[in-house]
Design a protein around this ligand. Structure first.
Ligand SMILES: Cc1ncc(COP(=O)(O)O)c(C=O)c1O
Length: 375
C-alpha cells in the first residue's frame, strides 16, 4: 500500500465537474486579475470567518508583507514572532525592513508562547505575529492583551488555520481574524483551502486598514497612475478565486474529516512511550492542517525512513528553526537560545491526515508506526 503525505488528486476528483464548469467561464470573460469573481470570493471568506473585510492578494507571504506595511511597520522596528514556523513569517518581517525578534514556543501546541513574546517586547517593538501552527490557534486572548497593553499591532499568521476556532472564557467562540488587527491567509495548494497555484488574503475588522491594503496590492494608488505610496503588485487571480469559491463550501466538511482522522490516530497510536501525540488544548478547535507527532528518543529520522520504505509519506515541519538559518545570522542568535523550538525541530514528524484517507489507509499508517516502535 502507498499512503502519500498528501494526495490532492482525490479532492480534485470530488469537485472536478464544478471546476470544469467554472474555469471556462473565467476564460471566456478574459478577466484574469482581481475583478468581480475575486470580489465575490473576498465577501465569501469574510462571511465564512465573520470578519467584515477581506483583501485578496498573490500569496500568504504577501498577505503578511501587506499587513505589516499597512500597519506601518517600518525599517528599524522590531516584530516579535516564533522561530518555529514556515520561513515566510520572518521573511516578510525582514522584507519590510524590520527586525525579526524571536520568542520560544509552548511545547504542547508548538505555538508562540505569549509570556515569552511579552518578555521579548520592547520599546522598538511595533507588532507581534503569532502563528496558528498546524491548524491550531495561538492564544489570541493573551496576544490581544499584550498588543493592547503595549500599543502594538497583532498580526495573525493563519496560513495554516483558516476557520480554526477558540473558545473564550465566557463560552463565546472566536475564529482566525476575530481578534488580530490583521490576519493573513494562504491558499497554497497544501492548505485546507488550496488554490491551483499561489494565492492569499488578509482579513481585518478595520475598514481603513482594508482600504490601505487594497491600495498597497496595486502599487499604492487609489486611482490608476496616481500613487500615494509605493506598494506592490500582489493581486489574486480570477481563476484562483473561481477555484477557491468552488472549494469554500466544502472546507468545513474537509476540516471535520481531518479531525476525524486525527482522532483515529490518537486512538491507534496511544501508549507508545517515545511517541508524543499532538495536543489540542480544550479551548481550541483545530482544523488539523498537519498531524504532527514527536519522537522523543532521537528516532525521528529512522521512523521517517522506515515509513518511507513501507510506502507511507511523512514530513518534517520544520527541521531548522528560523533563528539558526544562515540568512538570519545577522540577528545574532545562537543554538540554545530557544530550546523548545530547537527540540521540536529535532523531534517532529507529520503524518498523512488529508480528508480523503480511507480507514484502511489510516490503519496501515497506524500499523506501520507501531511496527517501527515494536521492532
Ligand atoms: C505559517 C505560514 N506562514 C506563511 C506561509 C506563506 O504562505 P504562501 O506559501 O501562500 O506564501 C505559509 C505557507 O506556506 C505558512 O505555512
Amino acid at each position: 500500500m502507498r499512503v502519500p503525505l498528501l494526495d490532492l488528486t482525490r479532492q480534485y476528483r470530488q469537485i472536478a465537474a464544478e471546476i470544469e464548469r467554472v474555469l471556462p467561464e473565467v476564460v471566456e470573460s478574459q478577466q484574469f486579475v482581481l475583478g468581480p469573481r475575486v470580489e465575490a470570493f473576498e465577501h465569501e471568506v469574510a462571511a465564512y470567518l465573520g470578519v467584515p473585510h477581506a483583501v485578496g492578494c498573490a500569496s500568504g507571504t504577501d498577505a503578511l508583507l501587506l499587513s505589516l506595511r499597512a500597519l506601518d511597520v517600518k525599517p528599524g522596528d522590531e516584530v516579535v514572532t516564533s522561530p518555529f514556523t514556515f520561513f515566510a513569517t520572518a521573511g516578510a518581517i525582514h522584507n519590510v525592513g524590520a527586525r525579526p525578534v524571536f520568542a520560544d514556543i509552548q511545547p504542547d501546541t508548538f505555538n508562540l508562547d505569549p509570556a515569552a513574546a511579552d518578555a521579548a517586547t520592547g520599546a522598538r517593538t511595533r507588532a507581534i505575529v503569532p502563528i496558528h501552527l498546524f491548524g491550531q490557534m495561538a492564544d489570541m486572548i493573551a496576544f490581544r492583551a499584550i498588543g493592547d497593553a503595549a500599543g502594538i499591532a497583532v498580526i495573525e499568521d493563519s496560513a495554516q488555520a483558516i476557520g480554526a476556532r477558540q473558545k473564550l472564557p465566557d463560552g463565546q467562540w472566536i475564529t482566525t481574524g476575530t481578534l488580530g488587527d490583521a490576519c493573513a491567509l494562504s491558499f497554497f495548494p497544501t492548505k485546507n483551502l488550496g488554490a491551483f497555484g499561489d494565492g492569499g488574503m488578509v482579513v481585518t475588522n478595520d475598514a481603513n486598514l482594508a482600504d490601505r491594503l487594497r491600495r498597497l496590492r496595486v502599487h499604492g494608488g487609489r486611482q490608476m497612475y496616481h500613487h500615494e505610496e509605493v506598494g506592490y503588485n500582489s493581486r489574486l487571480d480570477a481563476l484562483q478565486a473561481a477555484v477557491l469559491a468552488v472549494k469554500l463550501p466544502y472546507l468545513a466538511g474537509w476540516s471535520e474529516a481531518r479531525r476525524r482522522n486525527a482522532r483515529f490516530y490518537d486512538e491507534g497510536l496511544g501508549g507508545i512511550e517515545s511517541l508524543r501525540l499532538p495536543e489540542v488544548r480544550p479551548e481550541n478547535d483545530s482544523i488539523v492542517n498537519q498531524y504532527t507527532v514527536r519522537i522523543t528518543d532521537g528516532g525521528r529520522d529512522a521512523l521517517a525512513d522506515f515509513l518511507r520504505k513501507r510506502g507511507v509519506g511523512s514530513g518534517v515541519y520544520y527541521p531548522r528553526p528560523l533563528h539558526l538559518q544562515e540568512c538570519f545570522a545577522y540577528l545574532g542568535y545562537s543554538e540554545g537560545d530557544f530550546p523548545e523550538s530547537e527540540k521540536a525541530s529535532s523531534e517532529v514528524l507529520s503524518l498523512p491526515v488529508y480528508p480523503e484517507l480511507t480507514e484502511e489507509e489510516l490503519d496501515y499508517v497506524v500499523e506501520s508506526v507501531r511496527a517501527f516502535f515494536s521492532a
